[in-house]
Design a protein around this ligand. Structure first.
Ligand code: BGC
Length: 750
């Protein structure tokens, strides 16, 4: 069907629908929260969409729509932020933050095409991904889902994801799924890292920092967008007409449908105290520009009653229904796709091709942070390696949030079935092939890697104090039956004759993910005790971090002989880490996010504005521990000869061509991530000290030199001025190009 036929068909259908059918069509309800009887009732009412359906049920409910008056197919949505990871049989990729460390949009796009195939095979159609929130205050629980702190990198990777899910341009009819970029907008900026709280930012900041990545996904053609839970300067995003209409539709040109986040419409009433009752909440949500309402069953009565009383214009409901129907038609839901794909004879779920691509991507996501005295790569002549720590053999820490382990109704009889290589598995496999003895000390410290005490209960002030004390080394008591530390004696005994100790530390889904914001990012007490004991015993210590976010690892930076880091790397985390440890993989990953020195520095990110009186806290430096773009390699790269035009006309329509030379001075083949930043030296609003605007992965053989071409679109030089206009201002710009070490060159915009 072409666009015109789709429009006509959607309008025909709309003309046949009653008001209750229309309202039901723009609702999405949760599979896990409805009884079987309720599901059937809603399907009969003509509900438009259901989320989180798993197994063969999708097809079962889809078939039931054949019995409804207009036979409009259901649209099934699923959280698929790192592959179709809630299905225990699927391919589980690294989390968004992990993927971002590869600086590789091509592989990210292919990963999402794979995810789309697997989702399609389960007869589902819409993925709530990519996540475009910026991870700038890392106390926030959901940093793992982001692509890190930078709007340019986030926009590039998110657009790649949209192409992967939906297709480049037209929707792939057989396996394209609707991408749903979220959470619109600036969800990660909540005050104090408190999820879904108030975000005190201005329209100018929105236009400058948070809207550009969303503009890129709109340009990539995303068919839906999810709004966010929070308020911006007191106004709930769900009620923000400027955000949902003026900015999204008029300025960015978005044509798909807007879906609320979970019960956002209801929250207008019971959480944000914006609407007095559900009738008014329904009216507000629709008038502000939401087209599909997620998980608010009472929206049904509320919206119907408001239209019937003449307080809500039915034409607005019609617009929303049309948008939803058009997307269903575009993706072929009324045609062959209605019968689903899960009965296909040639299933691709976690097939060889999918796993191979996952492995290739994961291998690019291990960041080497320290390598003192060339401790790494490990020699194959070692006699024994001791492996310790809570995340050494912990697949749920590798998976993280929005996977099988955190599905609203996980079926623990179906523990993930495909490849699952823990860090221990990976090390053991390579070591054994080389005749190196390995020994794992299973973690017997606290189960939740954090709390020595029971989780704090907000009603009990003592429990809060105890939790806050949790990283204080002078308290040795525990109030639950969890041990305070692991059995340190046992660890030391097992490490005794080891040439090297690999300590795998970090967090897990009890400490990261949605609703798991943290006020303290220190390494848990039990883990610190373990590290200190190993060091004190004089061992060579390699620290491996497996986390959903940067933690405070000052001690490890100082004291470990080497440190490498992965953000929820998924099923191949173990082989990727081991590959780097033994030098089979030369690490190419770079940090997409800054590691703070102390939680008091937050929010900390590289692209801060200049101009802090004193330039530091009196009790802390302003510099973080590791910053955006950092990461070591076994190769040594030298950049030289940075070239660009010296003068560029302010109204030029051409991209700015920049070249730089790079040489691999080492005798090891390796990949450098060439990073392009600039600084606008004088402008009518203060701009960041550095802005990231381009990158390239460049492979260089040992000794090889290459000339790298980068192109910087003119529009990227624009600022948002005080009149909220995007303008390029004349003056000096400083280019900053390189990888860990950077060259600089000025050019003039005239
Ligand atoms: C999250 C969304 C998610 C939705 C559906 C919400 O709580 O904020 O990111 O897509 O639930 O599971």
């Amino acid at each position: 069907m072409n666009k015109q036929q789709i429009n006509e068909k959607a309008k025909d259908l709309l003309s046949l629908m009653t008001l209750p059918e229309k309202v039901a069509q723009i609702m999405q309800l949760s599979y896990a929260h409805l009884s079987e009887e309720d599901k059937q009732t809603w399907i009969k009412r003509g509900i438009g969409s259901v989320l989180h359906v798993m197994g063969n049920d999708a097809q079962k409910y889809q078939d039931m729509t054949k019995e409804t008056s207009h036979e409009i197919p259901l649209l099934f949505g699923i959280d698929c932020v790192r592959g179709h990871a809630m299905n225990p049989a699927a391919t589980v990729f690294p989390c968004g933050l992990g993927m971002a460390t590869a600086f590789n949009p091509e592989l990210v796009e292919r990963a999402c095409e794979i995810a789309a195939r697997e989702v399609t095979e389960d007869a589902l159609h819409m993925v709530f991904s990519p996540v475009l929130c910026l991870g700038r205050d890392t106390r926030w629980g959901r940093v793992d889902e982001t692509f890190g702190e930078d709007p340019y990198l986030s926009g590039e990777l998110a657009a790649a994801m949209v192409r992967g899910y939906q297709g480049d341009g037209e929707m792939r009819q057989d396996t394209g799924v609707i991408a749903c970029p979220k959470h619109y907008l600036a969800h990660g900026e909540s005050t104090g890292g408190r999820d879904s709280y108030d975000v005190p930012i201005t329209k100018r900041k929105i236009l400058e920092v948070f809207a550009p990545p969303f503009k890129k996904v709109v340009e990539a053609g995303c068919k839906s967008i999810m709004t966010a839970y929070h308020t911006i300067d007191g106004l709930p995003c769900t009620a923000n007409k400027w955000l949902l209409k003026d900015l999204l539709r008029d300025y960015m040109g978005f044509e798909g449908f807007v879906i609320t986040d979970w019960d956002n419409a209801g929250r207008l009433m019971w959480q944000q105290f914006y609407s007095p009752d559900m009738r008014h909440a329904a009216k507000t949500a629709i008038e502000a520009g939401n087209d599909m309402i997620m998980s608010t069953p009472s929206f049904y009565e509320g919206a119907i009653s408001m239209v019937e009383s003449g307080e809500l214009d039915e034409a607005l409901i019609d617009e929303a229904v049309l948008r939803v129907l058009k997307v269903k038609l575009e993706m072929g839901l009324f045609g062959e796709r209605r019968t689903g794909y899960h009965n296909i004879t040639n299933p691709t779920m976690a097939c060889k091709e999918h796993l191979e691509l996952n492995e290739e991507l994961t291998n690019q996501t291990v960041v080497m942070l320290e390598n003192k005295n060339s401790t790494l790569p490990l020699s194959r002549n070692l006699k024994k390696i001791a492996v310790v720590g809570p995340n050494a053999h912990n697949i749920s820490a590798q998976y993280g949030d929005w996977t099988f382990y955190t599905h609203p109704k996980p079926d623990f009889t179906k523990v993930p079935q495909s490849v699952n290589i823990t860090i221990w598995d990976g090390i053991k496999e390579i070591a054994e092939k080389s005749g190196i003895k390995t020994e794992l000390t299973e973690w017997d410290g606290p189960k939740s890697v954090y709390y020595r005490y029971e989780a704090p209960n907000p009603q009990d002030i003592q429990s809060i104090h105890r939790a806050a004390e949790d990283t204080q080394p002078n308290t040795e008591k525990s109030t639950n039956d969890q041990p305070v530390t692991p059995d340190i004696e046992k660890i030391l005994k097992n490490c005794q004759d080891a040439d090297v100790v690999i300590a795998v530390i970090g967090d897990d889904p009890t400490l990261n993910g949605e609703e798991r914001d943290r006020a303290n990012l220190d390494l848990p007490y039990a883990q610190m005790k373990m590290l200190e004991a190993i060091k004190e015993a004089g061992h060579k210590l390699i620290v491996v971090g497996v986390t959903g976010k940067p933690l405070i690892v000052n001690w490890a930076k100082e004291n470990a002989d080497a440190m490498i880091w992965t953000f929820c790397p998924g099923m191949y985390g173990g082989s990727a880490v081991a590959g780097v440890l033994f030098g089979d993989i030369n690490p190419s990953a770079r940090l997409p996010i800054t590691f703070p020195l102390h939680v008091g520095q937050l929010p900390v990110y590289y692209n801060q504005l200049p101009g802090w009186h004193g330039e530091k806290y009196i009790d802390l430096p302003k510099e973080p521990l590791y910053t955006f773009g950092y990461g070591l390699s076994y190769s040594e790269f030298e950049y030289s000869n940075l070239q660009s035009p010296d003068e560029i006309k302010v109204d030029s329509k051409e991209d700015i061509k920049i070249t730089v030379e790079v040489k691999n001075k080492s005798n090891i083949n390796g990949t450098t991530i060439t990073q392009l930043f600039f600084r606008d030296m004088v402008s009518s609003v203060s701009t960041p000290v550095k802005q990231f605007k381009g990158f390239k992965r460049v492979f260089l053989k040992a000794g090889e030199s290459k000339k790298i071409e980068l192109s910087l679109p003119m529009d990227e030089l624009a600022i948002v001025n005080q009149d909220l206009k995007r303008v390029i201002e004349k003056g000096t710009f400083k280019l900053i190009v390189g990888d860990v070490h950077y060259l600089e060159k000025d050019f003039e915009v005239i």
